[in-house]
Design a protein around this ligand. Structure first.
Ligand SMILES: Cc1ncc(COP(=O)(O)O)c(C=O)c1O
Length: 400
């Protein structure tokens, strides 16, 4: 997860950026088009892809765009493949995006990471693509990804990478070099922009040269120092949204890339991985670690070792009493009672220690005073909610 520096917000609010009309003619918006073009270039350099679209308004829409391009590529080859392989660790948006493109989703069981044998067993001539997250939602690097990409290609498929976890790879490895054909970026998880939550956000998509003709319209191009929106692309999958992009989000990501520089981005990745592993080392004696492979930017514990009928939800609610916004719980689904901790790279050792102390104190309470967990939160304004009712019939007005 990311810290969103204030300077990005200030730059996105500059009147020249924030007050321009999205339908402004190209000759009056050369600065904005240049920013988009240079962000495209930067993301291509970081990921290794030769071409990229900035259009999608969220990671999920990026997935949808990527799968549409895969579909268009197969159609252009005369292929009628109708299945997409997705590992059991995937984020829910992955099968949803594939299904929205008309694909039948085939789940692949993984043992933390995907094996070549599991993909080989499922990879027949009806499979259009494998959709894989790297590092996956357990925070584990897909160690066999190169062999898996080779296998999928040999059998006529393409590989989509959910790049939401790219914060663990910046400056260390480029997904395109691993054999990936298409990947979306979650700017809000890697490039310090606010989370889209389905929009407004941005989920750019990088593609291989073979998929470049299918990019959505328009694509920002530069010819002899002049920038323009290219709409003359006969094989394009078309438009995903009314205007070119969610521009304010792009300004923030561009500012982040330039202020960090190549060395700074790599350092952010190294610190994200270090912080997650520090938390892992401090908590693994107290909380069950279902997958013991080395983790990258996030670590997933479970509630399997908690005594006295204490569960993940109780830990999350008790964290509120200690003043912490709880981490993601009950995801990924392959871990029963999952507690996924993804510390921001900017957190200091002191902050990480305070959080770990709270988690260790809660584990002790589970042993000796389980009622403190069962009753939590006691220090928050509201106690436990009926979460289904809150989601279905939210009360959106503050009432004194
Ligand atoms: C692994 C993974 N894939 C996809 C998404 C979807 O991204 P968005 O919320 O921008 O649609 C997320 C969201 O955080 C994610 O963590």
């Amino acid at each position: 997860m990311k810290y969103n520096p204030k300077v990005n917000e200030q730059l996105a609010r500059l009147p020249g950026f924030s007050q321009q009309h999205p339908a402004i003619p190209e000759h009056l918006s050369q600065g904005s088009l240049q920013l988009m073009y240079e962000l495209q270039q930067a993301l291509c350099e970081i990921s290794g892809f030769p071409a990229l679209t900035l259009q999608p308004s969220a990671g999920a829409q990026g997935e949808f765009a990527g799968m549409l391009m895969i579909h268009a590529w197969h159609q252009a080859q005369g292929n009628r493949r109708h299945k997409v392989l997705i590992p059991d660790t995937a984020h829910g948006t992955n099968p949803a995006s594939a299904a929205l493109c008309g694909y039948q989703v085939v789940p692949i069981a993984s043992d933390g990471v995907l094996s070549v044998a599991a993909v080989a067993a499922a990879m027949d001539e009806d499979v259009a693509a494998l959709m894989v997250t790297n590092p996956n939602t357990l925070g584990l690097f897909e160690a066999h990804i190169r062999e898996i990409c080779t296998l999928v290609h040999e059998r006529g498929g393409l590989v989509y990478c959910d790049g939401a976890n790219l914060n663990a790879l910046l400056g260390v490895c480029r997904p395109a070099d691993l054999g990936i054909d298409v990947m979306h970026f979650n700017l809000h998880k890697t490039f310090a922009t606010p989370h889209g939550g389905g929009g407004p956000g941005a989920g750019p998509v990088g593609v291989s040269a073979a998929l470049e003709p299918f990019l959505p319209l328009p694509v920002v191009v530069q010819e002899q120092g002049v920038y323009r929106l290219d709409c003359d692309r006969p094989f394009s999958i078309g438009r995903l949204r009314t205007f070119a992009s969610q521009f304010g989000i792009l300004v923030r990501a561009y500012a982040y890339v330039l202020t960090m520089g190549a060395a700074g981005l790599k350092k952010a990745t190294q610190l994200a991985v270090l912080n997650a592993n520090y938390i892992r080392a401090r908590l693994e004696a107290a909380y069950h670690l279902p997958y013991v492979q080395r983790s990258l930017h996030e670590v997933v514990f479970s509630d399997a070792h908690l005594p006295n009928n204490c569960h993940t939800l109780d830990v999350a609610k008790r964290l509120l009493d200690y003043g912490y916004h709880p981490p993601t719980i009950y995801f990924p689904l392959v871990v029963q009672g999952a507690l996924m901790i993804e510390p921001t790279e900017t957190e200091s050792r002191q902050v990480l220690d305070e959080f770990c102390d709270a988690m260790l104190a809660i584990a002790e309470e589970a042993e000796h005073h389980p009622e403190l967990l069962h009753q939590a939160p006691v220090n928050a304004r509201t106690r436990r909610l009926d979460e289904t009712l809150a989601a279905r019939k939210p009360r959106l007005k503050w009432q004194p």
